[in-house]
Design a protein. Structure first.
Length: 149
């Protein structure tokens, strides 16, 4: 059985819950759990992570599922394209393009091999590019460079 698990809160959560309740084909297929301090249990039971954001300075919410080996989908806005390597670690879609999102979900949902291939690449990118050590080293290099000027 397939279902969507919506983790988090936002200004549109209530609207989405109400809309889901009115659509009989979705009523039992979408679960809203709200804001969670520990998202790991939800990541571990997921096949795909999606961040359909209008604005995002950086896609930090995508790094957690990537580090756990999930393929990710995200809006092509703000810093999300810095996190997702399109068609390698996940897919970027144009903001509010529901058809694009649906196609990406369908492509991944119906192909376990592709999910694993992209999920493994996502994990590798999260660890190699965005690990704590890489980020700290980058900041340290930046600060030292600024102090030399």
């Amino acid at each position: 059985m397939s279902f969507f698990l919506m983790v988090g809160d936002g200004p549109q959560k209530a609207e989405l819950e109400n809309k889901t309740k009115t659509l009989s084909n979705l009523k039992d297929k979408v679960i809203f759990v709200g804001r969670q301090d520990n998202v790991l249990p939800y990541i571990y039971v997921s096949d795909i992570a999606i961040l359909p954001s209008k604005r995002e300075s950086f896609g930090l919410a995508l790094l957690e599922p990537m580090a756990c080996g999930l393929p990710v989908l995200g809006s092509n806005v703000g810093g999300i394209p810095e996190v997702i390597s399109d068609k390698k670690t996940g897919y970027l879609f144009e903001n509010k393009n529901v058809n694009q999102i649906a196609l990406c979900i369908e492509k991944l949902a119906n192909n376990k091999e592709l999910r694993m291939l992209i999920g493994n690449a996502a994990r590798e990118r999260a660890i190699s590019v965005f690990s704590r050590k890489e980020i700290v080293d980058s900041y340290e290099e930046l600060y030292l460079g600024l102090m030399r000027q």
